[in-house]
Design a protein around this ligand. Structure first.
Ligand code: ZN
Length: 512
């Protein structure tokens, strides 16, 4: 008996080591691709971009092929056998679970369909750019129609229980379904819409023009660096650069880079943009190094990723506590702009709530409504309840219903986001989930860290970061988002944390 166990143990060890070795290779290719992508979006010479795009495509395809090779398939098949599973540690079981799931998903789509979709969406992105500039939805319409059609086909191939949209959502937020989303959205909607109405009707908007002026680029960069250090970003394991569309990218272990955008007439986009990207980056810097080059070394989900950035940007960065510590440094950086502006006025001006047309410019109270609109429309498209040609009309009707405003043009409406033209249907909910996860985690952190508000007022954000490291970052991909949230907060996802957070903060600001 001992002999058999020993033998099985030996075989198991070999199998899991083989899988790890495959994933090492894959992670080196991903690292190369990430570095190429970072370079392409920050400093590549104009003429070099075309060749780079081809090379990047090649390396990414190579990584993808390795992850769906017959060898990996056979390995996973053996690793999923009961007697082998019994020999694995909990982490190893999780590795097999994560790798098997992504293998199965990747294999569900035939390479020809994959290729067709990727050509279609890359063309559609180009058409979208022009369509948005020229307010011409009609030119994009046939592309969106095909994207919806192929997405439905892919949903069918992935498989689903009662809603094809779930199969697409799964690619961005594991375990989430349209039904679960709806359960969260309904109470949010019924509370947020009247709350926003009340702010608009009874609240007094702060003077946001005090945030405009001339802002030296070097001073902006200095502030960004300061704030990144405050939130625990490790500059020895990353760097800050300038770009047009800010992003964070993990090149590999101990190399997670952030970017930001400086504009001369406002400094808040670079400041809050840096905090946002910094929130993403400290997540990746805090991933468990012991699991490097395995399927578990990565963020849990897009929604959990976004929770880290939104928490830092809004719950910390735009809080009265943090600003009472940091605002003097802003005043020092821009004395002629803010010398005579009291903290309270500044605090109010960076927390203005106003229904607006553009999602990425929306404040934290109205933001989720922008997401609900997109979720409801994309789900209807995939279920076949809405035709692409009716999309602009449906968009405007929902804007009117939820935010009380209607765009004059499709450019400021249905054409504003790149997600649908890029073929990313099912992506939007992760933005909203990020806000909800963040509020729930923050509430738990406040319970567990004595005097957290006071600490932040003294410039100590690291106590919070330690809590996040322990409960979120160091978990990598061991758990699905639902389980991770439950383990960290003791509760299922509950939108009332977010509602409580915004209502307290903004009732106070607007005295309503
Ligand atoms: Zn983000």
């Amino acid at each position: 008996m001992r002999d058999i166990i020993h033998r099985i143990g030996g075989v198991t060890l070999k199998l899991i080591d083989q899988l790890k070795s495959k994933y090492s290779e894959i992670s080196y290719l991903h690292s190369a691709a990430a570095l190429m992508a970072w370079d392409m979006r920050t400093c590549i010479p104009l003429k070099g971009a075309e060749m780079r795009a081809e090379a990047l495509g090649y390396i990414s395809t190579l990584a993808f092929r390795k992850s769906v090779s017959e060898e990996v398939g056979a390995l996973l098949g053996q690793l999923n056998e009961n007697k082998v599973q019994e020999e694995l540690t909990e982490d190893e079981k999780a590795m097999v679970r994560v790798a098997s799931k992504s293998y199965k998903r990747a294999k569900a789509i035939p390479p020809e369909l994959h290729q067709k979709y990727s050509v279609l969406t890359s063309n559609s992105e180009k058409v979208w750019e022009k369509a948005r500039k020229e307010n011409d939805f009609n030119s994009l319409e046939p592309y969106l129609e095909e994207i919806v059609e192929l997405s439905r086909e892919m949903a069918r191939l992935y498989g689903f229980e009662d809603n094809p949209y779930d199969a697409l959502l799964e690619g961005f937020e594991e375990g989430m379904t349209a039904r679960k989303l709806r359960k969260i959205i309904e109470p949010l909607k019924s509370d947020l819409i009247p709350f926003i109405k009340k702010i608009v009707e009874e609240g007094e908007l702060a003077d946001a023009s005090l945030l405009e002026g001339r802002f030296n680029r070097r001073a902006q960069e200095k502030l960004s660096r300061k704030v990144l250090k405050l939130i625990g970003y490790d500059f020895d394991a990353g760097r800050l650069d300038e770009t047009v569309h800010p992003f964070t990218i993990g090149i590999g272990v101990n190399d997670v880079r952030v970017t930001t955008k400086y504009t001369s007439c406002e400094f808040t986009p670079s400041l809050f943009g840096s905090i946002h990207e910094g929130g993403h980056a400290i997540y990746e810097q805090g991933l468990p190094i012991s699991l490097k080059e395995t399927p578990l070394y990565g963020a849990c989900s897009l929604g959990i990723h976004e929770s880290q950035s939104r928490m830092m940007e809004n719950m910390v960065g735009r809080s009265r506590e943090f600003l009472s510590f940091f605002y003097p440094q802003i005043q020092k950086a821009y004395p002629s702009n803010f010398k005579n502006v009291p903290l309270d006025e500044f605090y109010r001006s960076v927390n203005n709530v106003k229904p607006s047309l553009i999602r990425i410019e929306a404040d934290e109270v109205t933001y989720n409504l922008h997401i609900m609109i997109r979720f409801e429309l994309e789900e209807a498209l995939i279920k076949g309840d809405l035709r692409v040609s009716d999309l602009p009309k449906a968009w405007n009707a929902k804007m009117k219903e939820y935010l009380g405003i209607v765009p004059d043009t499709d450019s400021d409406g249905v054409l504003q986001d790149i997600h649908w033209p890029s073929g990313m249907i099912g992506y939007f909910p992760s933005y909203m989930l990020g806000n909800l996860y963040a509020a729930q985690m923050y509430s738990k952190a406040r319970q567990e860290i004595p005097g957290l508000d006071k600490r932040i007022e003294m410039g100590d954000v690291l106590s919070l970061v330690d809590w996040l490291r322990k409960n979120i970052h160091s978990m990598g991909r061991r758990y699905e988002p639902e389980k991770l949230l439950k383990a960290a907060t003791g509760k299922e996802l509950d939108p009332s944390y977010f509602l409580k957070y915004v209502k307290e903060k903004y009732s106070n600001i607007y005295q309503i």
